[in-house]
Design a binder for this molecule. Structure first.
Ligand code: MN
Length: 261
């Protein structure tokens, strides 16, 4: 099995190397990750300047590693398009330091990296540990290996994009595994501001929890000490609104004098 591994916490993040260690027994693992923290960059990519790629000494034996001066999306694009001769069998992004739940998947650099695998038709997993300190990576690494193994055996449907979150608990404290839907937003922004003597500065932090704990959601599962696995897709169309907007389209067509028929 050929696995591409990235993250948004940067090449030095311990969660990345825990993932590499867990995946290494399954086959060839290539790490290609941002050279610095890129949390919150979502699926953004670098288009205005060239992106430099540098070989990096891997912390896991037998793993090939590169850093990119860019985003997780850049890393996956460059690795799949150039560094691998042919597309890998699996793209993994993580193990992230911090939750990626609910609508935050739209902002997550971890999910943003996995999305670039999904766009290429490669089974992709984003995996996150729901804490900001005292990380217990073991259970996430184990869950990741088991999922990757199943993908390698072809026992999971395709195309596949999974968003996996674990509570920060040791294995014996985990209370199960739930297949979930996305909850609502989990954190909101707080803007700190001040004055450095010359200009005003503003600092956006995502530190205000706005949990809505609804049963069946990823937020609910993690709060109930369970592993959350959410299958994602990228059709953001609001299907229930399609009929209601037909009237708007008709009025617009009249407004711009286009014959409806
Ligand atoms: Mn992160």
């Amino acid at each position: 099995m050929r696995i591409l591994l990235t993250n948004d916490d940067g090449i030095h993040a311990p969660g990345l190397w825990e993932a590499a260690r867990a995946l290494r027994p399954l086959g060839r693992v290539m790490v290609c990750a941002p050279d610095r923290e890129q949390s919150g960059v979502g699926a953004s990519m670098t288009l205005q300047i060239p992106v430099r790629v540098t070989p990096f000494p891997a912390q896991v034996e037998g793993v090939e590693a590169y850093t990119v001066e860019g985003t997780p999306a850049d890393a996956v694009i460059i690795a799949t398009e150039v560094l691998w001769d042919s597309p890998p069998d699996l793209v993994v992004s993580g193990i992230n330091q911090g939750a990626n739940l609910g609508e935050d998947v739209l902002l997550s650099g971890t999910v943003g990296g996995a999305l670039q695998g999904w766009f290429r038709g490669i089974p992709s997993i984003a995996i996150s540990l729901c804490t900001l300190n005292n990380f217990i990576f073991g259970p996430s690494a184990l869950v990741l290996r088991l999922l990757a193994q199943q993908i390698g055996e072809g026992s999971l449907p395709r195309p596949l994009l999974l968003n996996v979150n674990l509570p920060n608990l040791p294995l014996e404290k985990l209370e199960g595994v739930e297949v979930t839907r996305l909850g609502r937003r989990s954190y909101a922004e707080v803007v700190r501001h001040g004055d450095d003597g010359r200009r005003k500065w503003y600092w956006i932090a995502r530190s205000r929890p706005v949990w809505e704990v609804v049963e069946g959601t990823d937020v609910w599962a993690v709060r109930h000490h369970r592993v959350s696995i959410t299958p994602l897709t990228t059709d953001l169309t609001a299907h229930p609104l399609l009929p209601a907007l037909e009237g708007v389209a008709k009025a617009l067509a009249e407004g711009i004098r286009v014959a409806p028929d």
